[in-house]
Ligand binder design. Structure first.
Ligand code: SF4
Length: 279
């Protein structure tokens, strides 16, 4: 059986950086808190929990405490609040997400309405919205959004994109927006690692009999990789780890393409690859 692992499988640089910052912070300080998961992967979260990093729902008194900002970023309001409550804020936001914040803030300062293409409840999108002063709009791929456009068609608008969106889906939305809104600027802020993963999964899905995408079911970028793979190769499977692999998938299969989401640790990927030594 031929096994092809995508070069880009697993941690992207933003996730690696956030985990390194979290580990370093846990080493240097005792009371470290985050308002959610540092990245969307249960193994990583458990490891950081073992190091003493705790999750909190609400910010309390911050004296002697650290507030760790996750890779997806946080709203400006929350960071300001953490500072005001006395937390020392350590920022692990991915620089590519920060770049989206900068573009959105700059465009808004130029009196333009901001449209974000992304999943409206995703932490990154909430973080982008939380950088802005005025009402902004979120357009979710594959959902109806024409109603929103009625309100925006005579206003100058700028569009940014959640870093892990699917480029093809976003291009379709850009096309529709262009028809409705006269003065519109587009910023394709899908990050390079995501684009690379998407290019590779398309190729793998075309060239192999079966595709395995590894990553947490809470990871939006893994979901996207799976959807792209499935749209090209119906024998595509999304697993969290080796336990979910089923022998029946591999009848008459000669080659398997494997990729993994940006927050999937290499040890999980290796465990999956090792399974195929038995085939
Ligand atoms: S997927 Fe992209 S934006 Fe998100 S953490 Fe990785 S590099 Fe940064």
């Amino acid at each position: 059986m031929k096994i092809i692992l995508a070069k880009s499988a697993g941690f992207c640089f933003g996730v690696k950086r956030a985990i390194q910052i979290a580990e370093m912070t846990a080493k240097n300080y005792r009371n470290v808190y985050m308002s959610g998961d540092i990245v969307h992967n249960e193994i990583v979260i458990e490891r950081l929990k073992q190091l003493g990093i705790k999750k909190i729902k609400k910010l309390g008194s911050g004296k002697g405490k650290i507030f760790l900002v996750r890779a997806h970023g946080e709203s400006k309001k929350k960071i300001d609040r953490a500072n005001n409550l006395g937390y020392k804020v350590i920022d692990a936001t991915c620089p590519m997400v920060k770049e989206i914040h900068r573009i959105a803030q700059r465009e808004e300062a130029n009196n333009r309405k901001i449209i974000i293409v992304g999943d409206k409840n995703h932490d990154e999108v909430l973080g982008i919205l939380g950088q802005l002063k005025y009402k902004s709009y979120v357009i979710e791929p594959n959902k109806k959004f024409i109603f929103e456009l009625e309100k925006l068609k005579n206003k100058p608008c700028s569009v940014v994109v959640q870093s892990t969106q699917d480029l093809e889906g976003v291009k379709k939305i850009f096309k529709i927006l262009k028809r409705y809104i006269k003065d519109i600027r587009f910023f394709n802020t899908i990050c390079k690692p995501t684009q690379q993963k998407q290019i590779e999964i398309k190729k793998l899905a075309k060239e192999n009999d079966l595709i395995i995408v590894i990553g947490s079911k809470t990871s939006a970028n893994t979901k996207r990789l799976y959807q792209i793979a499935k749209s090209i190769n119906r024998k595509s499977y999304w697993i969290e780890d080796k336990k979910e692999i089923r022998n029946k998938w591999f009848k008459s299969i000669n080659s398997i393409g494997i990729t993994a989401g940006a927050s999937t640790p290499m040890e999980v990927i290796k465990d999956v690859i090792n399974i195929f030594d038995k085939f």
